[in-house]
Design a binder for this molecule. Structure first.
Ligand SMILES: [Zn+2]
Length: 105
């Protein structure tokens, strides 16, 4: 499942609001700045067992190893080309894979 950045942000905010983080990574057990990581790629809202609290390092590793996310961190998929009023054409990224797009806490 691929979410766009708005959907990601909404889920992330929901998690932060409803689930208190411990500040300890569930994989390496170190006390670090943690993020909510989705375990199954299903992004089930409100289902705690579908999520885990990981540090950034483990989060990225988990996503690559278990979810097959091969995109490098934060790089958006290519979106449609849009022409701006000044005549420039740019690709607008509309879908992202990575937690790096999630809002900073
Ligand atoms: Zn960790």
């Amino acid at each position: 499942m691929i979410l766009n950045s708005a959907e990601y942000n909404n889920l992330h905010r929901w998690n932060l609001r409803h689930w208190k983080k411990t500040g300890i990574c569930e994989l390496c057990n170190l006390e670090k700045k943690t993020q909510w990581s989705n375990k199954t790629n299903r992004y089930l809202k409100g289902v705690r067992s579908d999520w885990q609290e990981l540090c950034a390092v483990c989060h990225h590793k988990y996503d690559v190893e278990h979810l097959g996310k091969k995109q490098s961190i934060g790089r958006p998929l290519k979106g449609p080309i849009t022409r701006y009023p000044n005549g420039r054409r740019m690709r607008v990224p509309d879908r992202v894979y990575s937690y790096a797009w999630w809002p900073k806490e």
